[in-house]
Design a binder for this molecule. Structure first.
Ligand SMILES: Cc1cc2nc3c(=O)[nH]c(=O)nc-3n(C[C@H](O)[C@H](O)[C@H](O)COP(=O)(O)OP(=O)(O)OC[C@H]3O[C@@H](n4cnc5c(N)ncnc54)[C@H](O)[C@@H]3O)c2cc1C
Length: 273
């Protein structure tokens, strides 16, 4: 749609060119959300395309460095090495979208994370793979935040005004783990109502279960040793207060709670058998 409140489009070639942040400014990535509804409080878009960040790179630990501007399409096209047992999770999460051609080709990984919707599949992917986000404040030193601590609620996160999500680091240690994936959606390619991912470190015998879409923010439980069904249930009960189960047209809190316990047990059986 046309955004008739926009009076200026900036195209910096470096993020440092944007020093003074004003109310009314917004970073523009793929624009799939920005242009999907009126932005009455926004008068200036700052296009990230001119920064020309490399979409994907091998990280210093052998993991994956994803630029915030990388598109869903480019991430999904990436062929992970065979040693990354969790590599197939990338494709699973890229396909967990209510995704039109436009979203598939234009939506960015960073835009999806910063939107901080419960059903943000790039949040599911990067929290489950123990990602680390690099944030660039305006006029400050870059800082790293664990993916699991970034989203604080529905459409809420820890970004300060004008702060830019620069990149996402997926560590090689997490990409090397076995995984199990479970997702429920009212329609085949619809928005997720419940999305659970389990990963297991076979050497440490540590099971991590990450709950997204079912809860207003991501929740992660870690269990060690010969994990039992009751231990998984108790860990989720302790980590998810009743008010955190998300309520919208895609599912009720009771349905989301029920499916989350069900999927968590399936994941435990699949990974710990
Ligand atoms: C039909 C439709 C279906 C959708 N389905 C889903 C869905 O299933 N799940 C879901 O999660 N979302 C969905 N969305 C919302 C949205 O399109 C996606 O979340 C998309 O990934 C946003 O990415 P983008 O690059 O287009 O972001 P943009 O629209 O460009 O930006 C989104 C927001 O993030 C900010 N931003 C973008 N990049 C950065 C950055 N690097 N640093 C700081 N701030 C930044 C922008 O200022 C803006 O506030 C849907 C939207 C539509 C229109």
């Amino acid at each position: 749609m046309n955004l008739n409140t926009i009076t200026e489009l900036k195209r910096p070639s470096s993020a440092d060119e944007v020093t003074a942040w004003k109310d009314g400014y917004a970073w523009l990535a793929g624009g799939t959300w920005l242009f999907s509804e009126p932005q009455v409080h926004t008068d200036t878009l700052i296009d990230l395309a001119g920064l020309k960040w490399q979409s994907l790179a091998v990280a210093s630990d052998g993991g994956l460095e994803v630029a915030a501007t990388c598109t869903i399409h480019d991430l999904c096209e990436f062929k992970p090495p065979k040693t990354w047992k969790a590599g197939a999770l990338i494709g699973e999460c890229c396909r967990s979208f209510l995704s039109s051609f436009k979203i598939w080709h234009e939506a960015s990984i960073g835009g999806n994370i910063v939107m901080s919707l419960p059903a943000g599949p790039m949040i599911s992917l990067t929290t489950a793979l123990e990602g680390i986000y690099t944030l660039w404040p305006r006029n400050g030193e870059p800082r790293d935040v664990n993916a699991i601590d970034f989203v604080t609620g529905n459409h809420q996160n820890v970004l300060a005004k004008g702060e830019l999500l620069r990149s996402i680091h997926l560590p090689a240690s997490a990409l090397g783990k076995r995984f199990a994936f479970r997702r429920a959606s009212l329609t085949h390619l619809g928005r997720s109502g419940v999305l659970l991912i389990g990963t297991i470190d076979d050497a440490k015998k540590e099971l991590i279960i990450t709950i997204t879409a079912a809860t207003a923010r991501p929740v992660q439980v870690r269990l060690c040793g010969a994990v039992t069904a009751i231990e998984v249930r108790e860990a989720i009960e302790a980590a998810v207060p009743e008010s955190l189960w998300f309520d919208d047209v895609h599912s009720s809190p009771a349905h989301r709670r029920h499916l989350s316990y069900h999927y968590a047990e399936e994941i435990r059986k699949e990974l710990c058998a």
